[in-house]
Ligand binder design. Structure first.
Ligand SMILES: Nc1ncnc2c1ncn2[C@@H]1O[C@H](COP(=O)(O)OP(=O)(O)OP(=O)(O)O)[C@@H](O)[C@H]1O
Ligand SMILES: [Mg+2]
Length: 264
């Protein structure tokens, strides 16, 4: 790492994040770092706290305590709108697309291009479909017709549209929660390619996945969560599948891996 790298602030710096739901301590003081343009894999067993932590970063969950810095500045998110204003976007597993709206309509939902016809604001269909086509082409996404309702698309195509929509908000940080869980092999490849395309543009990507082999294909680093803590953090070149599996199930929960990973 050069001195210039050291001087650049982290894109995301979360410290001591806690969240309790009734008797369940979902997050127990989590530290998480993401560098600009980095692809971070976030792994852990069911219930480890991955989704909760990512919802804290995307403003959907307000933590009980802890701090978040984006590009070196402390931020407080009370809702996803606050996070979006700081260019943080999350693609949820349920995708939140409108099934009966076409591809272009989903991409521009809530901000459709308008034009005036005899002084009356009217949806500019032609522009919307042109812009949608440009957006998909720019990301290398192959969807033949932007006029198809998304209910007629494959799982992979739907995932690509949800990601494209998030990318169109010009994110600095893109969080994807299980984007490949329900996809066929070729569709997984397409989503991973999309991750590479987006990160090459300088976007930091947080990828939550139980498919560890996918993470080894695209991630720069993997952070492991265990029962509400981030227990280990490994550059991808310094670990392997077996070590990550052991960390996830807790077999390697020893003095080395139990240390908070980022001690700045
Ligand atoms: N809204 C909520 N109300 C109550 N408990 C919650 C809520 N959200 C999360 N939890 C609890 O917090 C813990 C962490 O959940 P979380 O969804 O963050 O885990 P996860 O790591 O994403 O798991 P998975 O891999 O199964 O998606 C779990 O015990 C879960 O039941
Ligand atoms: Mg989850």
């Amino acid at each position: 790492m050069t001195s210039a790298d050291k001087a650049a602030p982290l894109r995301v710096r979360m410290r001591g994040i806690t969240k309790q739901y009734g008797a369940i301590q979902s997050l127990r003081g989590v530290n998480l770092d993401v560098a600009p343009g980095e692809v971070l894999g976030l792994v852990g067993d069911n219930g480890a706290g991955k989704s909760t932590l990512s919802k804290v970063l995307s403003g959907a969950v307000v933590p009980d305590s802890g701090s978040i810095e984006i590009d070196g500045r402390t931020v407080h998110f009370n809702d996803p709108g606050d996070a979006r204003a700081h260019h943080i976007e999350m693609v949820y597993q349920d995708l939140s697309l409108c099934d009966t709206v076409d591809v272009a309509g989903n991409l521009f939902l809530g901000r459709e291009p308008m034009r005036r016809v005899l002084g009356v604001p009217t949806l500019d269909h032609a522009k919307m479909h042109r812009d949608a086509r440009d957006m998909l082409d720019g990301l290398g996404i192959r969807i033949p017709d932007t006029k198809l309702d998304v209910e007629n698309l494959s799982g992979g195509q739907r995932q690509a549209i949800a990601i494209s929509r998030a990318v169109s908000f010009d994110p600095k940080v893109l969080i994807m929660d299980e984007p490949t869980a329900a996809l066929a092999v070729a569709e997984v490849e397409a989503v991973l390619e999309l991750v590479r395309t987006v990160s090459a543009r300088g976007v930091s990507v947080i990828l939550i996945s139980h498919r560890l082999q996918d993470l080894f294909l695209v991630c720069d680093r993997i952070t492991v969560m265990y029962e509400g803590n981030a227990i280990a953090d490994r550059p991808i070149g310094e670990t392997n599948l077996q070590e990550i599996v052991d960390l996830i199930v807790g077999h390697k929960f020893n003095a080395r891996s139990a240390r908070p990973h980022a001690e700045h």
